[in-house]
Design a protein around this ligand. Structure first.
Ligand SMILES: [Zn+2]
Length: 493
């Protein structure tokens, strides 16, 4: 029987200079103590112990709430308890016995802080929130992993192998995971991909190498394909500024220099299985250089966490064929297991969604500042807006609360912006922001940009219009509480 044990900092530290100094002293004492320990790692943002529960100590003390290890009767577990005892002792020496509060589940103790709170705090270790923190702008030489947090656990499912399963109820928009890739590949590696993987693997420490080597390989029956390559193809995810491999997440003026499209392998995120109606979505945050996974809807405890491997809305037969070919499994997700009548309805909806998207209501529109030819938004604004309205309806029917709407709202936004409709541009920008805060997280550069646009549509660099046919000012947004009436105004129905 394994138990968690740990200690909390109560009350937590502030951002005052005094607390910062104290925490730095404490961290230095920990580094000194474990200097020669092979289970002790220092990353760009925190210290990590490679023992049960992979506990961490951040470099910024105000982010710290709780430190915990899993302990038990086994010899390794006793060792874990010893690590805890040493850290508790050093913490008590620096912060006093009253502020450092140890607990042990075996004797009925538990953390003073709730699991969700602790989870959030651990994720924040790698988030930039202080200009003084330079650590996060330098990627750690060895990749780091997020502790298997209490929000989910990694289990083995009979038909699927390893899977992430929610351990607690997860709210919509929750950042479930944020981790650095084990390694990435980009265009510079394409001349010798296998060689590049081999040399990148070599630079990792053993546990990290194992994380790659134990991932599934959907191409294993293909004798001509090197296992490294098969494993990479099966598990890699986009890691560039532009998470979907298209131009959508391109920034406008003041953009960062272009970077090659990179993909990477993640220690935990790469374990997520597929669903054609996923409950989470993956994206790469270019500011923190971390892959993130967010809940697209409320997820009850016990439900498997899933992402979509296919980036479109194809009917069932087409999806299954591509999943079988690309990932070597027969999809049995809820969308693929519907009764015949509902299945037919789903297929029809997806065909409509596909048609609407390709009519100019694209999920990933082209860069706004590009000199591309006039779009449907420029030429047929009213039809485009009506198509957006219908597309939103269909996506809600097909994906429910988990529908990803940022792209459609973005098209609606561009349509209104192109024709000087400041009132609707502001409303749609706010909706894009809200959707992106769920899909990518509030701290994603694109979400921030949308919030600025929503606050001041005409002040934006984006305010480049093709006509003044729909001219309004921001004040023109109607008041009142009739939601349907508001939507009719918004979409010009
Ligand atoms: Zn499916």
């Amino acid at each position: 029987m394994a138990y968690n044990a740990g200690f909390d900092m109560v009350p937590r530290l502030s951002t005052s200079l005094e607390d910062k100094k104290l925490w730095r002293k404490f961290i230095n004492a920990i580094k000194e103590e474990f200097r020669d320990d092979t289970n002790f790692y220092v990353t760009g943002d925190y210290i990590e112990f490679d023992v049960g529960g992979r506990p961490k100590l951040p470099f910024e003390g105000h982010k710290f709430l709780s430190f915990s290890v899993s302990t038990g009767a086994g010899q390794a577990d006793v060792g874990n308890g010893l690590y805890l005892a040493i850290v508790v002792r050093i913490a008590a020496e620096h912060f006093g016995m009253n502020r450092v509060q140890p607990w042990h589940e075996a004797s009925g103790g538990r953390s003073y802080y709730g699991p969700a709170e602790v989870h959030e705090s651990i994720l924040s270790y790698s988030q930039i929130d202080e200009p003084s923190s330079t650590a996060t702008t330098t990627p750690a030489p060895l990749s780091s992993t997020t502790t298997a947090p209490p929000l989910f656990q990694i289990t083995t499912l009979p038909t699927k192998g390893r899977a992430l399963v929610a351990q607690a109820a997860i709210r919509k928009g929750t950042r479930i995971l944020s981790e650095r890739p084990l390694f990435t590949l980009d265009g510079r590696d394409c001349h010798d991909v296998i060689g590049a993987i081999a040399s990148k693997l070599k630079a990792l420490r053993r546990p990290e190498q194992d994380r790659f080597l134990t991932l599934s390989n959907s191409k294993r029956s293909d004798a001509s394909m090197h296992p490294f390559l098969g494993t990479y193809i099966t598990n890699s995810l986009p890691c560039s500024r532009n998470p979907a491999g298209t131009a959508y997440y391109h920034h406008g003026a003041g953009a960062q220099p272009a970077e090659p499209d990179a993909t990477g392998i993640f220690p935990t995120i790469s374990l997520l299985n597929h669903s054609c109606v996923p409950n989470t979505c993956y994206s790469f945050n270019t500011r923190t250089r971390h892959g993130t996974v967010h809940a697209l809807r409320a997820i009850p405890a016990g439900e498997e966490l899933t992402i979509a491997y296919l980036d479109d809305d194809a009917p069932r037969a087409d999806r299954r064929e591509r999943l079988q070919f690309g990932f070597d499994f027969a999809c049995a997700c809820t969308a693929c297991s519907l009764p015949a009548a509902q299945q037919a309805a789903s297929d029809t909806r997806r065909k409509h969604i596909h048609v609407l998207r390709s009519s100019g209501v694209r999920e990933k529109p082209p860069p706004r500042n590009s000199a591309a030819a006039a779009t449907a938004a420029d030429l047929f604004p009213l039809r485009t807006l009506h198509n957006c309205h219908m597309l939103i309806e269909l996506l809600r029917q097909e994906y429910g609360e988990a529908a990803r709407l940022s792209g459609v709202y973005d098209t609606a936004l561009r349509t209104c912006l192109a024709h000087r409709d400041a009132a609707r541009t502001g409303v749609f920008a706010w909706r894009v922001y809200e959707a992106l805060a769920v899909e990518l997280g509030e701290d994603s550069p694109l979400a921030q940009e949308m919030r600025d646009l929503a606050a001041d549509p005409t002040g934006s660099q984006r305010w480049e219009t093709t006509s003044a046919d729909w001219r309004t000012t921001s004040e023109a947004v109607p008041g009142g509480s009739d939601i349907e009436e508001f939507e009719r105004w918004l979409f010009r129905l």
